[in-house]
Design a protein around this ligand. Structure first.
Ligand code: CDP
Length: 240
């Protein structure tokens, strides 16, 4: 693979063109940020841990018939992906109340949510990713049609079921996670990453955080917990 010109650089990943039209190279960097980028650090090997976990999860989803942008892993820190026109939505699925749901509403942290709760935020850093509703998404922002939005929510719930089972098998409770979607022609695919940066994971036995909350809240050695999740994901791979 020849790394082509840079297309985009976000808070933790950089995107490059490749020799193959319609495919991009995503490099997971060692940067970690929180609170709209106010807190930031560089953690050696964090990029490779998130790249590996993302790649495993995308291939698991593909095996279950979910359309994703994933083509293949590339080196230790990268993935080759389908070039999508990204839709600026952050689609969050919550199985247990935590984070902003418990901060902003009188919903106690740890409360099971059944059926799972979907929250969709507008991906706009300058506006601090405000929460949307269906009418704002479809009628005001015109990001997707009502049918497409229904399809996105159904896909997010399907992904939730697959991931919940996968993580339960490796002793991890999937509390919540965030997906991003994009289009190629008229089809909608799951894009971006699915990693310890974008999921809330609790150890099923002890309830301790195994995700970016360790960094956000200064709860311990974030690299150690990322390594722990990556190790379990690697062994869980055989069970899918
Ligand atoms: O992280 P915080 O408590 O501020 O936000 P949240 O709305 O409770 O986050 C729900 C889930 O989405 C968590 O697993 C976050 O890691 C993830 N998320 C993300 O990956 N990127 C964002 N910009 C916001 C949330």
């Amino acid at each position: 693979m020849n790394q082509g010109e840079p297309v985009y650089s976000g808070k933790a990943k950089s995107l490059y063109r490749t020799d193959t039209p319609g495919q991009l190279y995503v490099r997971f960097r060692d940067d970690i940020t929180a609170f709209d980028g106010e807190k930031k650090d560089v953690l050696t090997s964090k990029g490779s841990l998130n790249a590996m976990v993302s790649a495993k999860i995308f291939s698991l989803l593909e095996d279950h018939g979910i359309p994703t942008h994933f083509v293949r892993m590339e080196g230790d820190c990268g993935m080759i992906v389908r070039d999508l026109r990204m839709i600026p939505l952050e689609v969050i699925v919550r199985n247990i109340a935590a984070g902003s749901l418990s901060r902003n509403y009188p919903v106690p942290e740890g409360m099971p949510l059944d059926p799972p709760v979907i929250v969709i935020d507008y991906k706009d850093n300058a506006r601090h990713d405000p929460m949307l509703n269906d009418d704002i998404i479809v009628t005001a922002l015109r990001l997707v049609s009502r049918e497409e939005l229904a399809g996105i929510k159904a896909l997010a719930l399907k992904v939730n079921e697959i991931l919940r089972r996968f993580f339960a098998d490796i002793g991890i409770t999937l509390v919540d996670f965030k997906l991003e979607f994009g289009r190629d022609a008229d089809r909608i695919f799951v894009g971006d990453e699915i990693s310890m940066d974008s999921m809330r994971l609790w150890d099923a036995a002890t309830g301790v955080s195994l995700d970016k909350d360790v960094y956000r809240l200064g709860k311990g050695d974030v690299l150690e917990v990322y390594r722990e999740v990556a190790g379990r994901v690697r062994t869980g791979d055989g069970q899918k």
